[in-house]
Design a protein around this ligand. Structure first.
Ligand code: GP9
Ligand code: MN
Length: 649
């Protein structure tokens, strides 16, 4: 049996065995990436990252075996088995769900394993044994060439660990270069696997879940009492003039990607309006246009805006609720409206795992999710993250018309996304001339989005839905960051962007169009957190029993301020930025004044309380009167043909 002998230096230590294990495992994992997962590799750096990303975890896990004096090879083979099993489980899961296994998925065996059911076997093929070949090779080597190797040098563990950490840091550094804030924003599992690998992703996921469940475990029902009291004391009752004025009507939300208020009524130097359609809507008789409305998002960007609008709670200071807290109990607008006969759906021309939407929408109570699988995602139709707005709205119409009414729906537009580059055939609008490519392109891309909205409104009118539908359109967050303030000063015709002006640039448009109700331009201050009570009150649903922080924008007692996630805030009387209070009119520093002081305390309390709800999952201890809790496990989003669809990016 063991006639083959390696040179003494090689076969008398486990490092050679480990090196073989690592290389085989590395190659196998890379092959699995290529064969099984559609990770959407767009550039050479991503190709390189995909190639190197299994290395650090392979070194780390196989290295653990070196800590054991005895049975080192056997332990290494067992580790190989466990990792191969994890890889294979992900492969089988991906074949069915187009997604990777996470800790919550494992916890919810009822739904996932249940759904897999009999088809689990059909997802496997005899050729899958390939994913275990390296293990068989290691067993054969251990029994032959390496049979004599028995003594382990434990020092070698430290060397391997050092190698593993160095490769990981190198990997992470390059990944962050291609995709900044990869770990803190963690927007998509596909991205994490693409950049850091399937095994590192699992480690990351386990750590996130331990962190999250320990906070949750320490909470109890008494923790919600303070929130309840605060809520009671700060509730803005509905305005009788508007309460239930849209009772029973359909609802359409439109998330206007990266759209800021300075664009409304903005004219290019040649006099052309950038967004003529939205400008006309701002002045429309049946539309409330809120010109002092602010985004309140954090790192979760679009998903934070969605979270704010439908839960009237604040997003987290770091990470995204959609990604990190999707297992929490929520009492979101779609779930509330279910009790009033509403059927709900989201339309979005991007893949379902982005921002963990496929999981979070179930927790919010969405009945249907029309994602990329429902759209013709051809090269011509897509840009950035997915469908261009015109084909997106066009292709959505038949699906919308087929929905059972009354419906509560959300359309998430995409075209107007950073860096705002357009395909030349999609625009004849002039780019800006402000010495900054991103800012220059913003005008073209916003103009295209405006045309898409006009087309959508026309289609709604033709379909007959328009007269019985409340349309809520909101800019999700800023599009032009502070890095472009030099160009923005030119756009606004000022010398420089002062702190107060910078705060004003965080305004995003909010339109609420209610058929038959007289609207008008609204000057009161508010933020995304305020939209839910405003809309629910229009639909005739009183929000006083819900744990929310928003204040109805149309209430006579509306509070007239909006906070930012960093603790700064704006109000009609003063803006507090980094602890200093500024005048909204002049932007000048207000010394020795207490206009900001009153609000300051409330801002801190609200952020703290909202964080308590989110981090400790406090809504599980609270049941609003008349509300029927939903069970996310009851929801399933099928692709058009009834399969689970594809997930290519
Ligand atoms: C992607 C879209 C854009 O699906 O929501 O995300 P963003 O980067 O704006 O958060
Ligand atoms: Mn966005």
């Amino acid at each position: 049996m063991n006639k083959i002998r390696l040179p003494k230096t090689l076969n008398n230590n486990h490092i050679t065995f480990l090196a073989i294990a690592v290389v085989l495992f590395w190659l196998k994992t890379y092959a699995a990436y290529q064969i099984e997962f559609k990770l959407g590799i767009d550039n050479n750096l991503q190709k390189f990252l995909l190639l190197i990303n299994p290395l650090s975890s392979a070194l780390f896990f196989f290295g653990i075996a070196l800590l054991f004096k005895k049975h080192t090879k056997l332990i290494m083979i067992s580790i190989n088995f466990l990792l191969s099993f994890l890889l294979y489980a992900n492969i089988a899961y991906y074949r069915f769900f187009n997604d990777f296994i996470t800790v919550p998925v494992l916890m919810q065996t009822k739904t996932n394993a249940g759904q897999l059911g009999d088809s689990a076997i059909s997802l496997m093929s005899p050729f899958d044994i390939f994913y275990f070949t390296d293990m068989f090779i290691l067993i054969a080597l251990a029994l032959t060439v390496f049979k004599k190797v028995t003594v382990t040098n434990r020092k070698s563990f430290k060397i391997v660990l050092l190698f593993s950490i160095t490769t990981f840091l190198f990997n992470l550094g390059l990944a962050e270069k291609d995709r900044p804030q990869l770990l803190s924003r963690s927007f998509d599992r596909n991205y994490l696997v693409k950049y850091l690998g399937a095994y590192n992703f699992t480690i990351y996921d386990v750590i996130q879940n331990i962190k999250s469940s320990s906070q949750r475990a320490l909470a109890d029902s008494s923790d919600i009492t303070d929130v309840e009291n605060y809520r009671k004391a700060n509730y803005s009752p509905p305005n009788p003039k508007y309460f239930a004025k849209a009772k029973g009507m359909n609802v359409i939300y439109v998330s206007m990607e990266s759209f800021q208020s300075f664009m409304i009524d903005y004219k290019m130097p040649d006099g052309r309006e950038v967004t003529p359609f939205l400008n006309s809507l701002a002045h429309d008789n049946n539309t409330f246009y809120f010109e002092n409305f602010f985004h309140q998002t954090g790192q979760g960007k679009t998903s934070d805006a969605e979270f704010l609008m439908e839960n009237s709670l604040y997003p987290m200071g770091q990470g995204a609720v959609f990604v990190n807290k999707a297992q929490n109990t929520f009492q979101a607008a779609p779930a509330i409206l279910k009790g009033y006969g509403y059927n709900s759906a989201v339309f979005h021309g991007n893949y379902k795992t982005f921002w963990n939407r496929n999981v979070m929408y179930k927790a919010l109570g969405y009945d249907q999710f029309f994602d990329a699988d429902y759209y013709s995602m051809s090269d011509e139709n897509t840009k950035n993250y997915g469908m261009k707005d015109k084909p997106f709205f066009k292709e959505s119409m038949p699906m919308l018309e087929n929905l059972k009414q009354p419906f509560y729906t959300k359309f998430i537009s995409l075209s107007n996304h950073f860096p705002f580059a357009m395909d030349p055939s999609d625009t004849d609008f002039p780019a800006g001339d402000y010495g900054d490519t991103v800012v220059n392109q913003y005008f073209q891309s916003a103009n295209y989005m405006d045309q898409a909205f006009e087309q959508f409104f026309n289609d709604l009118k033709t379909s007959g839905l328009y007269d019985n539908t409340v349309i809520v359109m909101y800019g999700d967050h800023y599009g032009i960051s502070e890095n472009h303030n030099d160009a923005m000063a030119k756009v606004l015709g000022v010398d420089d962007i002062t702190p107060a002006l910078n705060a004003q640039l965080q305004r995003v448009p909010l339109f609420i169009h209610v058929p038959g109700v007289k609207g008008g331009i609204q000057k009161q201050y508010g933020g995304e957190v305020d939209v839910r009570p405003t809309v629910l009150h229009l639909l005739g649903v009183d929000t006083k029993d819900y744990m929310e922080f928003g204040s109805d924008l149309l209430s006579k007692e509306h509070r007239d301020w909006a906070l930012f996630r960093n603790g700064d805030f704006v109000s009609s009387k003063g803006y507090q930025i980094k602890g200093k209070c500024y005048s909204p009119e002049t932007g000048e520093l207000l010394e020795q004044t207490d206009v900001c002081k009153d609000i300051d305390g409330k801002v801190n309390t609200e952020l703290q309380m909202s964080d308590e709800i989110v981090y400790k999952d406090l809504l599980r201890f609270y049941e609003p009167e008349g509300y029927t809790p939903i069970n996310p496990d009851d929801y399933e989003y099928l692709s058009p043909k009834g399969s689970k669809g594809t997930n290519a990016q």
